[in-house]
Write a protein that binds this ligand. Sequence first.
Ligand SMILES: Cc1cc2nc3c(=O)[nH]c(=O)nc-3n(C[C@H](O)[C@H](O)[C@H](O)COP(=O)(O)OP(=O)(O)OC[C@H]3O[C@@H](n4cnc5c(N)ncnc54)[C@H](O)[C@@H]3O)c2cc1C
Ligand code: SF4
Ligand code: SF4
Length: 941
Amino acid sequence: MQYLEFLSQVKALCPSNNIIEDPLRTLAYGTDASFYRLIPKAVIKVDNLKEVTHIIRTAHQFSVPITFRAAGTSLSGQAITEFVLISLGNKWQQYEIFQEGKIIQLEPGIIGAQANKYLAPFGRKIGPDPASINAAKIGGIAANNASGMCCGTAHNTYHTLHAIHCILADGSQVNTADQDSINAFKSTHKTMLEALSDLANLVKSDTLLRQKIEHKYRLKNTTGYALNALIDFHDPIDILAHLLIGSEGTLGFIAKVQYHTIIDEKHKASALIFFESMQQACAAVSTLKKTPVAAVELMDWPALNSVRHHDVINQTMSQLNEGACALLVETRAQDQALLEQQVNHINRALREPCNLACIDYEFSQDVGLCAKYWGIRKGIFPAVGAIRSTGSTVLIEDVAYPVEELANAVKDLHGIFDKWHYHETVIFGHALEGNLHFVFPQSFDTAADLERYAGLMEDVANMTVEKYQGSLKAEHGTGRNMAPFVEREWGEKAYGIMQKIKHIFDPTGILNPGVILNDNKNVHLENLKPLPVSNPLIDACIECGFCESHCPSKDLTLSPRQRIVVSRELSRLANKPEEKERLLALEKDYQYQAIDTCAGCGLCSMACPVGINTGDLTRHIRQIQNKPHQSKAKWAARHFEGSTQVMKIALDSANLTRKVIGNNTMGKLVSKVNNLSKGKVGEWRPSMPKANHWLKQTTQSHHRYGKKVVYFPSCANRTLGADPDQNDKRSLTQLMYDLLDKAGFEVILPKQVADLCCGMPFQSKGFFEQAEQKRQQLNQALVSASEDGKWPILFDTSPCINSANHGLADNLSAYDPIRFALEHLVPALNIQKSQECISLHVTCSTKKAGLEQNMLTLANQLCENIHLPENITCCGFAGDKGFTQPELNESALAGLKQTIPADCKRGVSSSRTCEIGLSEHAGIPYQSLYYLLDEVSETRA
Ligand SMILES: Cc1cc2nc3c(=O)[nH]c(=O)nc-3n(C[C@H](O)[C@H](O)[C@H](O)COP(=O)(O)OP(=O)(O)OC[C@H]3O[C@@H](n4cnc5c(N)ncnc54)[C@H](O)[C@@H]3O)c2cc1C
Ligand code: SF4
Ligand code: SF4
């Protein structure tokens, strides 16, 4: 391996900031969801095909192993490497839809759920449906041949593949959707294609081997290469295309996939059905297999116990005896009549001649209830993860058996768990396909732990393969975890064919070596990930990566998972004096990478199956770091009005200066001052408004209305005026008075409003005590202004109410701007919808409050043409971070401008500081949604 030569050639083409070699980020970016740990020498973020082709060619030339990475949610150790990790970064988002949604072409960086959003208007979706679909990307879904609860074997990538565009180990490429590309490839790769045809002929002519392959793919199977490609196809191009599916990055890079999509049936009914024993549940599965069911998910007694706190099953659980289990059954149809027929069919099958279920059940079409059923099922893996003892990991195995053998196989599995003392093991899975997952907590601290795990794996492998001819990896991919068992499952001859396949595609073995095929029979027991106790706020993390795509800092510095990985490593190193140098190297970058650039938005918690808010960890660390500055925080809390006055003076003089010297020079000037002040001043933003001097200090005098509202303007709106580029020059506070007046509300302003604060500016910096004091002070002021809850209270800023809510008395009716507009303003006004195209930004606080849909509803009530940009989560402005770390805001909104349609000239949101960054990065002014409401509304006669 000539690593240095490789790197210097790569540096010649790829941007230097996309090549990462420092210890903190190689560790962080190198981690995936598996329980293995390898730290890459380098991580290269690739932006386009040209770069990937160059890297592969160079790797080939200098024999440097490379591993591709999509979302890193793999569980079997296939997405990690000790060599060079090629990460898809945030690009690779192009897609095209053909034949009214029947075919979709997707680049590998697109998240599976996003692909389904593109297809939703056509009533279609992609076939693969892994439980990780909200995080996993197309590259990984195709390269793992992932599947899930409904897709079975029929709708995985292998069976729904229309075409593939790939780069092979020699840097050549073929796009099977393009005849010219196929012809060119055929002329340059004659030998390779002949070798594949020979292999296919060999397998087809070997009756026993062919039968074995046919038998094995009746079940879900991702152990080894897709040998079915050799018997399903004749054209070597088709064989090549299908061998790439499930090849886990060991045969080539997938640059585009074209899928045949499937119908997304809109009418669905689900039932949670309980059985006295596993035997009875498995018998029911065989019965259900002959009925029109879309999914049948099995949950054993320990699985049910792990989620028994859910209100839907809590009562039922107390009626069941130990050993009972449940099936979650779903049926789907394109129309209601058919759905009802299907439900009757299933019920008859389960109830006649005798009732198989031990408690009566009903199919439900209630979306909320069905979501709860599925929430129970999806919550099992994380539930085991969350309750495991700290320092242990949670392992998930993924086997499949013929459905008719399911009951016996489960019995045998329990026998093996008892033998190796895995008493906490939970079994659940896609019973319709005979696919079971078993999940258990596991420590790897001692040799005995390792021996116990090795024994379990050995017994499970023998039982699955020899007794049931099952699959050892039904859907999660072989990786390193099952590589030692591929030959045992497939036999010597088939294994030899797999070795030949690898040699044909990648003769020098540069593509993800050690994955799928590995001569080391102990590779599944090596390089195990340490999971040291770190901080109770994050110890439950299972490193699944579900939070990553939601994080505004993921493309600038770290994602939430990566922050946790580094925090854990720092905890581990704290007890290792011999690794002091590494500790210092990580600590050096930790402050900026993990702490300074976390927006604290908490969006990560919304996607986290174990409810971790990495922002809480950041605030906790800031609290420790800011202890020496407590007195300043106390002073600021006590003199809040004074601090905002100083801000206003600064804003006014800055705006005067801007008038004279212009935005650019102003930016440079402030940047210099900021550098001299070591970041205390903050950076200049071009959309920085003038100060807001308009605020009524007393309650409106006229009492002509019956309705009153307490209006609490946030400190941002009390300080900042309107966006300099918008037509309406009124500050939001002035507009609010006008609008509320129009809607017939008398406005009550809390006393000494200039001194009030929701606590967030203090909370976000870890000054928890001052945050609490400010919340209490605000609560008292609101109790008094609302006459002890008599009047509703309107917050004009979404993040503000989220923070204040923690301290508000129960009897207060506090409203965020969205709910108040929907419930109190829109019904009180005449609305003449705007026809203009307007961009909408939903703040992270609105999302966290569960009001995203409400905000969209409100916007759609005010405007015919609302544009909701894709893939923008939190704007990263984070109060004052937009001034102190403007690069976070810039990175979070990097793709925004391109998504704004040409006819869209302005945007709306519900947080003044967010709007400053949005205006700058979208290139159009953003303002509160209330400006739009005011514009399109009139007083009701
Ligand atoms: C909680 C949890 C639940 C899960 N549930 C399921 C499930 O129900 N069903 C299921 O099948 N899986 C499941 N998985 C496993 C995993 O999420 C899926 O296999 C997923 O498809 C992996 O996609 P990814 O984007 O994370 O790929 P990665 O993990 O990044 O990569 C997967 C493999 O693909 C290779 N690769 C990535 N991009 C490319 C490319 N462009 N070209 C070639 N090779 C590439 C990588 O080298 C690696 O070998 C689950 C994982 C977790 C953590
Ligand atoms: S924080 Fe939650 S979502 Fe993120 S990796 Fe950990 S467990 Fe998964
Ligand atoms: S709080 Fe926000 S910025 Fe911080 S890790 Fe979570 S999602 Fe990322």
